[in-house]
Design a protein around this ligand. Structure first.
Ligand SMILES: C[S@@+](CC[C@H](N)C(=O)[O-])C[C@H]1O[C@@H](n2cnc3c(N)ncnc32)[C@H](O)[C@@H]1O
Length: 178
């Protein structure tokens, strides 16, 4: 029987730097490990996904609780994801999409187009977990033609309906794919 996911987090590493004589902002970077299957522990699991998180005020740089639940759903339903085309909206640290990629889905991970820090972090976590996902800037409401060529079988979104303006944009995008 499948069991719930669990996670552990390494001690945060403070990163500081000097730029043009001024102190760069303090960043707390950590790598959290997420376990699926088996006893979902570091000793007994079928799948491990590592996520690079930065403890700062950017929504897309740390794992939100919804994402842990959605990732577990993907794991539990993995037979439905294997071989499917998946698009994750507002992916942030991308835990659900990475689980989908690990079980054999063709995954496109998206987040705000101008937020290069989040998009670069997504690329880094893909490398860290040895998965080959497409990473795409996709800002809700600013839809370029290429996103309509994706033809997803499943659209994932964890904690993306948190304000009413976003809700309308996300729903209308999902309807366009329908
Ligand atoms: C609450 S976070 C959730 C992140 C991730 N899905 C999770 O659950 O850990 C919301 C995510 O939506 C993204 N986002 C916010 N507004 C957006 C927009 N207008 N277009 C695309 N992505 C957006 C943020 O960058 C962030 O990654």
């Amino acid at each position: 029987m499948d069991t719930a996911a669990s996670a552990s987090t390494s001690a945060p590493q403070a990163e500081t730097g000097q730029r043009s004589g001024a102190a760069a902002p303090l960043r707390m970077t950590t790598v959290s490990a997420h376990y699926f299957g088996g006893a979902s522990s570091d000793r007994d699991h079928d799948l491990r996904v590592d996520i690079i998180e930065n403890i700062e005020e950017d929504y897309g740089m740390f794992v939100w609780p919804c994402s842990v639940i959605l990732a577990e759903y993907v794991w539990q339903q993995r037979s439905r994801f294997t071989g499917s085309r998946i698009v994750e909206l507002g992916a942030g640290t991308s835990l659900p999409g990475l689980v989908a990629a690990k079980v054999g889905a063709d995954v496109t991970l998206t987040d705000i187009a101008h937020n290069t820090e989040v998009l670069n972090n997504i690329r880094q976590v893909c490398g860290l977990n040895n998965v080959n996902c497409t990473v795409l800037g996709l800002t809700w409401g600013e839809w370029d033609e290429p996103i309509f060529d994706l033809h997803p079988d499943v659209i994932l979104g964890a904690d993306v309906l948190y304000d009413s303006a976003s809700k309308i944009l996300v729903y209308s995008l999902v309807l366009k794919y329908d």
